[in-house]
Design a protein around this ligand. Structure first.
Ligand SMILES: Nc1ncnc2c1ncn2[C@@H]1O[C@H](COP(=O)(O)OP(=O)(O)O)[C@@H](O)[C@H]1O
Ligand SMILES: [Mg+2]
Length: 339
């Protein structure tokens, strides 16, 4: 592993075997998560963002999902060990999951249990990871966490049931639960998608603040490139089970190389161009069926620049400047394009 990284995903292939057929959900996904940085993972719904995250957590649905190939390296700061999570016995993985790598799931309502108070649920998370702690200490920790995530009157709200809270407050509870064990990595899977714009901004700001306070790495997953603009250091753009472009956030916004990234950028509403519009010219067409993906570059049927080679051969990943990689024949050297 590179010394600066806490997590490295290498050439991950995941396939789903379902009644309807075989879906290659991930084919060759690689990304690195540096310590104390935020990696934004962006792409349309269905491109494999959650499957990648669930692979890291070792929570892929069984028996349908199978990891066919790849490695997921994690640096355990307590022991200094570098561990391939995919080879880890489940018992050891349970210790890492929640304690060292926490995930905020896409659906806060399904992740919170409606019949227990939010306090009970945070206390339970705290106690699982600190078995020697007393009930009273766990409750104090739950109240402290609710306060940290900006919930007013936490000593009262701790006894609320999830349905007594607004969507924004529930999402804060989810963050409190995920952070209650002080993880090294927080995976936030579309943490603000269900919330209105003002609350979204508050939650993202809160995550930034907590990152500074606790010193952790964040994988911020979203289908909206606008969300990661101010909250990520680097961005990985996914399309149909592959990373098509990776770069520092500034380069993605000011010098995007992949036509898909360009399309995503065009779909981000801009305030400086005549107000906020919901639908701006983005990418034409929709994501192809994962059961029957196109040959060649998976993006070619929707790409305004596609030429013959794109329709038959999958482009390799090339590094066009330090830290900026792209999979696109437009950006591969002339001699390879016309060989
Ligand atoms: N439980 C499942 N059963 C079958 N296929 C699945 C399942 N979950 C995900 N997939 C496949 O994996 C692809 C990627 O899904 P996902 O990672 O959830 O997308 P994203 O999070 O980017 O919206 C989907 O398009 C689908 O084909
Ligand atoms: Mg998802």
């Amino acid at each position: 592993m590179d010394k600066s990284n806490i997590l490295e995903i290498k050439d991950l292939h995941v396939t789903f075997y379902t009644e309807d057929g075989v879906v290659r959900a991930l084919h060759g996904v690689s990304y690195d998560v540096p310590e104390n940085e935020t990696l934004g993972v962006v792409g349309e719904s269905g491109c494999g963002k959650s499957v990648t995250a669930l692979s890291v957590m070792r929570l892929l649905p069984r028996p349908q999902a199978r990891v066919e190939q790849g490695e997921i390296w994690f640096r355990d700061k307590d022991t200094g060990e570098e561990i391939n999570l995919l080879n880890l016995p489940e018992e050891h993985m349970r210790h890492i999951r929640g304690n060292k790598i926490s995930m905020i799931f896409q659906e806060p309502m399904t992740a919170l249990n409606p019949v227990y108070t939010v306090g009970d649920q945070i206390e339970e998370a705290v106690l699982i990871h600190n078995p020697k702690m007393s009930q009273k200490e766990a409750r104090e920790r739950a109240i402290e966490m609710l306060k940290t995530v900006g919930i007013p009157a936490p000593e009262k709200r701790v006894d609320d049931f999830p349905h007594q809270m607004s969507g924004g407050m529930r999402q804060r509870v989810m963050i409190a639960m995920a952070l209650s064990t002080n993880p090294e990595i927080l995976i936030a899977d579309e943490p603000t998608t269900a919330l209105d714009v003002t609350i979204q901004a508050q939650i993202l700001e809160l995550m930034n603040k907590l990152q500074e306070q606790f010193g952790m790495s964040i994988i911020l997953i979203t289908h909206n490139l606008g969300v990661v603009a101010q909250n990520a250091d680097k961005i990985a753009v996914m399309y149909l089970g592959r990373i098509v472009e990776k770069a520092p956030v500034r380069e993605i916004f000011h010098d995007p190389k992949h036509p898909y990234t360009e399309g995503l950028l065009a779909s981000v509403p801009r305030l400086d161009k005549g107000g906020l519009k919901e639908h701006l010219p983005g990418i034409s067409g929709s994501l192809p069926s994962p059961y029957n993906p196109p040959p060649g570059c998976k993006f070619h049927p929707r790409c305004p620049y596609a030429f013959d080679k794109c329709r038959v051969e999958e482009p390799p990943q090339v590094e066009i400047s330090p830290g900026h990689t792209v999979c696109c024949w437009l950006h591969t050297k002339e001699e390879t394009r016309h060989e």
